[in-house]
Design a protein around this ligand. Structure first.
Ligand code: C5P
Length: 223
């Protein structure tokens, strides 16, 4: 079976993570959540008292944390300086600050390099999900998918993912999503964008199983 590189981009709440993990598992490929890496570096900045609105401070600290991603789609991991960061990177504080940190060019070049080396090491191939994978990180990917969904569908999905005391109402979630997407789409360095050669899939009215089936079929056509 030939190695295949799949880039899955799109805004938050479009089903990127669930789809990417399931497709990778079904096809025996590795999986990389690049949003988790940007969240991890953001969490490290917060934990180390770095002002996340100070781009110069972020740039000069960007090389310090050691970020490692485990690429098994059944149990993806993320560590910072050897410690499990999978819980802390999902807090609302990290979510609110990640767009500012990930807009800093030094952060992007460092994380992009890490992503490329992980993709190159994946012998059987990999599904990489993010915002700029098809346009910037892996422009030669065998298949590029751009997932979209209406703001309502995205907010409903994200609200469902938030648990316990962090659970937000739909309107607040919708507002936060729109704000984060606007920041991600308008930054200067590798913004959230659809690659010219990406296949766009609107997931608003599709079940997760239907999206997975659609992407698996597209990958199989490329193999
Ligand atoms: O995918 P997730 O919502 O966890 O991503 C968190 C944030 O990380 C995004 O809002 C964006 O600011 C940043 N990100 C990025 N480029 C990527 C993946 C994520 O800038 N390839």
């Amino acid at each position: 079976m030939e190695s295949v590189i799949v880039a899955i981009d799109g805004p938050s709440g479009t089903g990127k993570s669930s789809t990417s993990k399931a497709v990778a598992a079904e096809l025996g490929l590795s999986y990389l959540d690049t949003g988790a890496q940007y969240r991890a570096i953001t969490w490290w900045m917060i934990s180390n008292g770095i002002d996340t609105t100070d781009a110069a401070a972020i740039a000069s600290a960007s090389g310090k944390p050691v970020i490692e991603s485990g690429t098994d789609p059944a149990a993806p991991t993320i560590t910072v300086d050897g410690a499990d960061a999978s819980g802390p990177i999902r807090t609302q504080e990290v979510t609110a600050k990640v767009s500012a940190v990930s807009a800093v060019p030094e952060v992007r070049s460092r994380i992009t390099e890490l992503q490329r080396s992980i993709a190159a090491a994946a012998e059987k191939g990999i599904v990489v999900e993010g915002r700029d994978i098809g346009t910037t990180v892996l422009p030669d990917a065998d298949l590029k998918i751009f997932l979209t969904a209406s703001p309502e569908a995205r907010a409903a999905r994200r609200s469902g993912e938030l648990k316990g005391k962090e659970a937000a109402d739909l309107a607040t979630t919708r507002e936060a999503l729109i704000k984060r997407d606007a920041a991600d789409s308008s930054r200067k360095t590798s913004p959230l964008a659809k690659a010219d050669d990406a296949v766009e899939v609107d997931t608003s009215d599709l079940t997760l199983a239907q999206v997975i089936e659609c992407v698996v079929t597209l990958v199989e056509e490329k193999r």
